[in-house]
Structures are given as C-alpha cells and as structure tokens.
Ligand binder design. Structure first.
Ligand SMILES: Cc1cc2nc3c(=O)[nH]c(=O)nc-3n(C[C@H](O)[C@H](O)[C@H](O)COP(=O)(O)OP(=O)(O)OC[C@H]3O[C@@H](n4cnc5c(N)ncnc54)[C@H](O)[C@@H]3O)c2cc1C
Length: 401
C-alpha cells in the first residue's frame, strides 16, 4: 500500500465520499475511523437530485437507485387542515435527470461507498482508529491516534462529525445555537402511505408538528420490509425514558391516523439538534467537510447531502493542488461552502422548523396560504422546488469566487 497523500478522519458519508473521489483521481488515501465497522443508526435517508447527479459518474447513483425509493411528490400538511400543498419534482425534469427525492438509508450509502472504494488499491480504511491529535507543518500533517501511533500525509480532511476532534484541534470556532428541545425519531412498520401521506410529508401544528418519510428497510424474512420514520419535537423538561417509551410513541403515531389498527414501533431515538457552522472550513493543510463543518436540524433532509457536496469539492480541490494548482483553490473551497452553509443550509432548515411549529394563528394561516398559492402556481412551485431540492444552493456555491 502506497503512503497516503491524504488522510481522512471519519468513515461517514462525507469521509467515504472524499476518499472515493480522491481514489478515482489516482491519489492514495487512508481513512481513519474510530468505530470497528460502519455505524447503523437511523439518521439521513433523503437524497436530493444534485447529490445523485454528482455521484452519477462514479456508479454510486446506480447502486442507490437500485436500493432506494423514488419520491417525486412531497406534501406539506396541517394536522387539522390535511393536505395544504403538494410539490411534484417532475416539474424539474428539464433541469435534472433525477427529478425525485431518493429515500435510502445513510448506512446503505456508506456500504455502497465502501464497495466502490474496495476497487481502488490506493484507498485504505483503518477501522477502530481514533484520531486524538493533529500537528501540521510546512510539508504535511501528522495525526496521532488513541493507540499511540501516528499517520502522516500532505493533507488531512476532518470528516469526523459534529464533535470533530479535527475542527477543535485547529481551534476553529463552531458558531450558532442548540435548540432547547430534542427530536424524537419513531420508526414503525405502519404504512402511512395507505393513510394518504406522501412518501415524504411534513405536518405542521402549533403543538406537535412532525415530518415523515418512508425508507426501504430490510426485506423479509430477515427484516420487516419498508419502514416509516417520523420525527417529532419533544418537551425539553421530559425524562428521556418517557420520551423513548414505545407505547407513548405509538400514541403519537396513532394521533396521525384516524383509522388505525395495532402496529409495532421498531425504534425510538432522541437527537439533540444544533444549528452551527465552522468559522473556517480550511486551516493550512486541514480541510473540514460534512457535519464537522456544519450541523443543522433534519427538516428538509439536507445535512448529509450538503456534506457530500463539500466532500466532492474538497476532493477535487485537493487533487488540483497536489497536481500543482494554486493554494487559493483551497481558500475558495472555504469561501464557497461556508457561504452556502450560512445562506442556504442554515437559513432553510431554520425556516422549515419555524413554518412547521408556528404558534401565532395569523402567522400560521398566512404561511399555509402562501404554501397553497406556491403549489398552485407552476412558476412559483418551480422556484420552490429548485430551492428545496438544493439545486439553487449548488448553483450559488459555483458562483462564489
Ligand atoms: C434524525 C436525523 C435525520 C436526518 N435526516 C437527514 C436526511 O434525510 N438527509 C440529509 O441530508 N441529512 C440528514 N441528517 C443529517 C445526517 O445524518 C448527517 O448530516 C450526516 O451523518 C453527516 O455525515 P458525516 O459523514 O459528516 O458525519 P457522520 O455521519 O457523523 O460521520 C462521522 C464519522 O467520523 C467518525 N469519527 C468521529 N470522531 C472520530 C475520531 N476522533 N477519529 C476517527 N473517527 C471519528 C464517526 O465514528 C463517524 O463514523 C439527519 C440527521 C438526523 C439526526
């Protein structure tokens, strides 16, 4: 195995994507991951059109399409009002070859990326290796691990998630805030589609809003088949055990379906929710990508997609610099990605949460009326779809010099 030119901390979607795109450019890479195998918790599952476009040349998109559920239509509802607006991504068929949301679990994407990486002899994943310290000098970066050894390369990409050791080691700030309430994710086999919900649906309510989407799950007989994941807000004062209680979770789901039978709750998970962006995505020979650089609430399904977009650009820029390109290419990575992280990722996910939870009756009625009018007008619907499918943000990033 050749000495790596690039080290990557973290084998999540962002880190594995950086690795694959560098390996495809013929650059030896080594990924250091503290877990001993890919981690499977119920997190991201929505993949937007630009992400499918970016992965298309690598073959990852074909594998995702084979495993995921295509959701061309998504709904915005009111808990009391029912369907307020339906948005159909087919309106964007002239702009993207993938006019739908693809619903496929994050851990399956990681497995697909690992399969593709296995075809590149110059790409190596070291499992069970925890990064604890980073030192950089004029020629390279040295990474220290919990096991007491070191790894060295010309560049390091910190793709080690929201609590990034890489980001902290470079004393890069992580500005923003944490919402007081945690989000509860309830996973059930109950077919919400049979009750009229679109494959991806948002239900606004002044008290208990929710967002839901269908995921492929694991086929029978080993698995339970397709699953629905429903995200609810929780009371900040409530005890964790009470929030995770499956009978209570079943009650929350039942309240969404008038004619319900009995159904299993497969998982309940609680997540703290943050809105933060790193004050820089680059320090010298260290770049940040994915949650290490930005975290946001999951409403709109954008965090992982955005991290993949970081990863592909970071790989392209590092490859260009290793090939003799100007150092400013890396500064431009920081300018581009940080700008859209603030102006799109943060702005949109915060706005999505506010729309869903609006308590003021007049403001809520106005917002629902605006969404109805947007869905009814093809030009407005198209603009809304370009923004919510992340296409507008990708274009805005490309325009930053
Ligand atoms: C409930 C929920 C639903 C979501 N839904 C969506 C969605 O539909 N669409 C979407 O785009 N996003 C969604 N997200 C966000 C998405 O899950 C994250 O943005 C995504 O996981 C970030 O990927 P990453 O590779 O940057 O980081 P991570 O997935 O956190 O991976 C980081 C990796 O680094 C490793 N690591 C950490 N520290 C070290 C260390 N010191 N040394 C070595 N390895 C280390 C970790 O073990 C991990 O494997 C959702 C999140 C939640 C919580």
């Amino acid at each position: 195995m050749a000495d790596p030119k690039v080290l990557i901390a973290g084998a999540g979607p962002a880190g594995l994507t950086v690795a694959l795109f560098l390996a495809r450019a013929g650059i030896p890479v080594r990924v250091l991951e503290r877990h001993t195998e890919p981690f499977e918790d119920p997190r991201a599952a929505t993949i937007h059109p630009p992400t499918l476009e970016m992965y298309a040349g690598s073959g990852v998109t074909d594998d995702l399409l084979a495993q995921g559920i295509r959701a061309p239509v998504w709904q915005f509802r009111g808990r009391a009002e029912g369907v307020v607006a339906e948005f159909d991504l087919s309106l964007l068929s002239d702009v993207t070859p993938f006019p739908f949301r693809l619903q496929c679990e994050q851990h399956k994407l990681c497995r697909i990326l690992l399969t593709h990486l296995a075809r590149h002899p110059a790409a190596e994943i070291r499992w069970g290796v925890e990064v604890i310290g980073i030192a950089q000098d004029a020629d390279g970066v040295t990474v220290a691990t919990a096991a007491g050894d070191t790894h060295r390369a010309a560049f390091l990409v910190g793709a080690d998630g929201g609590r990034s050791v890489v980001r902290k080691s470079q004393e890069i700030g992580f500005e923003g805030f944490t919402w007081p309430e945690r989000f509860l994710v309830v996973t059930t086999t109950e077919d919400m589609g049979a009750k009229g919900y679109a494959l991806s649906s948002y239900v606004s309510d002044p008290v208990t809003w929710c967002a839901m989407f269908k995921v492929p799950g694991k086929p029978a007989p080993d698995g339970l088949g397709p699953l629905w994941r429903i995200v609810f807000p929780t009371d900040p004062e409530a005890e964790e055990a009470a929030l995770l209680d499956r009978a209570a979770a079943r009650g929350r789901v039942r309240a969404l379906i008038p004619q319900h039978g009995d159904f299993p709750i497969v998982h309940t998970n609680l997540y703290a929710v943050h809105q933060r962006v790193a004050t820089s995505f680059r320090r010298g020979r260290v770049l940040l990508a994915g949650d290490a650089a930005h975290v946001n609430n999951p409403l709109g399904g954008m965090g992982m997609n955005f991290g993949i977009h970081d990863a592909i650009l970071a790989a392209e820029r590092i490859a260009a610099v290793l090939d003799g390109g100007a150092d400013d290419l890396l500064d431009r990575y920081d300018r581009q990605r940080r700008h859209v992280a603030e102006a799109f990722l943060q702005a949109m996910t915060i706005a999505n949460k506010k729309t869903l939870e609006e308590k003021d009756p007049a403001a809520r009625a106005a917002r629902l009326a605006e969404l109805r009018a947007t869905a009814a007008d093809p030009a407005k619907a198209r603009a809304h779809l370009l923004r919510t499918s992340m296409i507008e943000g990708v274009r805005a990033a490309a325009a930053v010099m």
